[in-house]
Design a protein around this ligand. Sequence first.
Ligand SMILES: Cc1ncc(COP(=O)(O)O)c(C=O)c1O
Length: 381
Amino acid sequence: MNSTSLDTLDTPAALVDLDRMEANLRRVAEYCRAHGLAWRPHTKTHKTPALAAAQVQAGAAGVTVATLREAEVMATTVDDLLLAYPPVGEAKRQRLRDLLRRDVGLNVGLDSPEALGAVASAAREAGREVGVLIELDVGMRRVGVGTPGEAVALARLAEDTAGVHFRGVMFYPGHIRQLAGEDDPALDRLSGVLESSLAALESAGLPAPVVSGGSTPTLWHSHRIRGMTEIRPGTNIFNDRATEAVGACGWEQCAYSVLATVVSVAVPGQAVVDAGSKALAREELRGEGGGFGALLDRPEVVVRALSEEHGVLDLAHSDWQPRVGDRVRVVPNHVCVSVNLHEALWAVRSGDVVASWEVAGRGRSPYAGRGASDGSVFLQA
Ligand SMILES: Cc1ncc(COP(=O)(O)O)c(C=O)c1O
């Protein structure tokens, strides 16, 4: 598309600052190169095939997906996927089989014989073999086997089941949000849990070639997690207010915002914008600042309350005097759930909209490839 001024966009609109996004991609690619880690970003954040392609162009070894829809969409631009979610149920088994009939490399993370059986049967029907990563619980208490013995038993089952083979292990350290410093005990505890499973697998004759982990809050400390070979940060492509609050990015590294218009200043001490919970998502920041987001250019102005289509900006700590019709950019607390509320992302450079992408990976239904988006990739050499 030809570039057009940001002023012509209707609001609310999901914006991506390309300069910032590209800097975020370069930074993580350089970090991974420096520490010998493979980078497999989680596409649940952007759900957009052109951005998955940009990540691969910047150095990603492949991408991660959570839903079958994301897998179907990302398979249009990337040929190496990790489905980091157990595909349970007949409908998902069939979608997985259909995906495997396409020319795409796929590994699956899982933690049960049932999910393993579904993956194996889908793979056999598709005439393929799928790599399995055994998911370990390293402290989050969400999914993942809890002991080295269970990891060995499931890895052995994978080796003994036609259609699948044991590729390694995966984990997600979602319980580690705020790191205190270089000697943070949380990372040592995590490394200890991981090492005992890796050692048990090794002595059972099942060494794990892939050890996939990582998150955005722990991103810049990934090299301290002993034994990990690959990281899967998702949020980091855009960052958000919660990421800044845990110290994993600076405010100037927030690449995503929701463009909104001031629609009312009738109540003193506040301004109301047309971005509510259906544009920003209702995720309250725990800790300092609170609220549901903050203005990109005036971070002291916090979204204090949300209705579905109204966002209430608190002016108590600002000398800004907004008028009806003013436009602002709101950085949400949690970017992934905000993106998921928008049909399209608008790519912005130097105040101009230079492209738009359909957020094709949102939704649940099988992807039929409709609504083809502008597939441009913006990374400069
Ligand atoms: C399995 C898995 N891997 C990777 C990620 C990416 O983590 P983050 O959002 O911290 O970047 C997530 C996030 O939910 C996840 O669930």
